[in-house]
Design a binder for this molecule. Structure first.
Ligand code: C5P
Ligand code: C5P
Ligand code: ZN
Length: 472
């Protein structure tokens, strides 16, 4: 085995890897979002290369009943990735009863119970919302699993897709342990990083669509305006079309052409009075998967992660996992179809929030989407809603969606500025959830809960008070 990518985690990673090598068979249980899928892909690939027998299952949330079911499956070891830490109170009793040995590679806030094979950045003083994701934790484990000349560094590219899927680059680039992973991916020839225009869809979107949909930094006259974007592009001394009609994509431009478009966009934004602090955010680090074909969703970490969310959050984790593991035929085609639905759902969800607005509770703001937004994507919509008119970025957003007849899904999103002021949404979701007979957890900047239907109002009262205490 070569050097550990994250020294703080090296000892635990080695212990976890030794345990996995000693297992008869491993059941891998993972979360159903981009980070969960990539954590599963990294773990599965590493176990495969190590010759360790394994099977894979996915859950939307890991609850006590799911864990009971894992205990009756025929595996002596259960590897939890991108969840497990928050559910230790339900896992450890099974370990004590001898049902299975848990190995955990996660980055969520841990529950009170402790276990031996527990790999989590939060346990060694690293930030679990910014420095390492579930896929990152799985990658650290994958490196420790290496034996007999196996080199798992290529898996860093998949791990970076997970980190980006969890928005760990939300301030423009990846940091800390994540940056160490990027370095290994680059060294292995699987990844490249570059400063580039910070817009989504550089690989696949025609240029006017790219700029029209780029609303994170709102550029008046171009953002949200197809005709404005066309006028802007046609006014440049850059060939933005192939022939007369067909628009090029960002990847089709040369480096010089990209530079010209980016500079012109910045000049345009300045002339329209966009403040310098926002203009800075037009440029960010992009992570490119160099082994993937140009012009596909798979080449860009951010586009790849959206493609994965489009599978797993719609009960098709099998499709996303297959794509991560290299299936470029049937699974990729299915994933692309699912992506179209996912995009439409996100756009309709955001429109719903714009039309219906949010309710101000004092310290936070909230909306109840009922059945209008799917419970598995309401968190993504809540995050996107923080940029729209009428939503106050100085208060966290809490969103409800119907999970079932009896349960409501809660998602919450904050900003890093709020976290610096003391906001910790994992505590808010955990405590307010428990107060109304449910439960929750997650990260300081993004967390969720499941509560009994009908308890939404009481939940908001508790949450508002806790947020008030944190920010007060
Ligand atoms: O369960 P998991 O940890 O994978 O999910 C993390 C969630 O937190 C993602 O939905 C991600 O979008 C969100 N997040 C966020 N802003 C951040 C960091 C994470 O909205 N700065
Ligand atoms: O579902 P959503 O995207 O809002 O989840 C945000 C974060 O909260 C994720 O990291 C998720 O794993 C976590 N979460 C949790 N317990 C829940 C719901 C969400 O730990 N009941
Ligand atoms: Zn995660």
């Amino acid at each position: 085995m070569s050097t550990a990518p994250v020294p703080e985690l090296a000892e635990t990673a080695t212990a976890c890897a030794d345990r996995l090598h000693a297992a008869d068979s491993v059941l891998v249980a993972s979360h159903i979002d981009a980070d969960g899928l990539t954590s599963a892909a990294v773990a599965d690939a590493a176990l495969e290369r190590a010759g360790i027998e394994h099977e894979q299952v996915f859950f939307e949330q890991l609850d006590a009943e799911h864990i009971d079911r894992l205990a009756t499956a025929n595996h002596d070891t259960v590897l939890f990735t991108d969840f497990g830490s928050g559910q230790l109170d339900d896992i450890v009793p099974h370990e004590e009863a001898g049902a299975f040995t848990p190995v955990i590679a996660d980055h969520h806030q841990p529950a009170d119970a402790e276990t031996e094979f527990h790999l989590n950045p939060l346990l060694v003083g690293l930030n679990g919302a910014r420095e390492l994701s579930g896929a990152g934790a799985a990658y650290v484990l994958a490196r420790a699993l290496e034996r007999d000349g196996v080199d798992n560094r290529d898996l860093a590219a998949t791990a970076v897709v997970g980190a980006v899927g969890d928005m760990q680059d939300s301030d423009g680039e990846l940091h800390g342990a994540n940056a160490a992973l990027v370095e290994e991916g680059v060294a292995a020839g699987a990844l490249a990083e570059a400063k580039d225009l910070a817009v989504y869809g550089k690989q696949t979107r025609p240029l006017p669509k790219l700029l029209e949909y780029a609303t994170d930094t709102y550029v008046p006259g171009i953002s949200n305006s197809y005709s404005g974007a066309v006028e802007f592009l046609d006014g440049l001394d850059v060939a933005c079309r192939d022939g007369d009609e067909e628009w090029k994509r960002w990847v089709d431009l040369t480096d010089d052409e990209r530079q010209s478009v980016a500079s012109a966009l910045v000049r345009h934004a300045v002339s329209r009075g966009v403040p310098a602090s926002k203009i800075e955010r037009l440029v960010a680090t992009t992570y490119t998967l160099t082994d993937e074909p140009e012009g596909t969703e798979l080449r860009d970490a951010s586009e790849f992660s959206t493609l994965l969310n489009a599978t797993a959050r719609y009960d098709r984790a099998d499709v996303g996992l297959a794509v991560c593991l290299g299936d470029r035929t049937g699974a990729l085609e299915t994933a692309r179809q699912l992506l179209r639905t996912h995009r439409r759902n996100l756009s309709e969800g955001l429109t719903w929030v714009k039309d219906n607005g949010v309710t101000d509770a004092g310290n936070l703001q909230w909306f109840d989407a009922g059945e209008e937004i799917r419970a598995t994507i309401v968190g993504i919509v809540a995050g996107m809603s923080m940029g729209v008119d009428g939503v106050d970025r100085s208060k966290p957003v809490i969103a409800f969606a119907r999970e079932s007849e009896t349960e409501t899904k809660v998602s919450s999103r904050g900003t890093s500025a709020l976290v610096r002021q003391g906001l910790d949404l994992s505590v808010v979701m955990g405590e307010a959830g428990e107060a109304v007979g449910g439960g929750g957890g997650g990260h300081d900047v993004a967390a969720g809960a499941t509560i009994p239907a009908g308890e939404e109002e009481r939940f908001i009262e508790h949450a508002d008070e806790i947020v008030g205490d944190q920010l007060g």
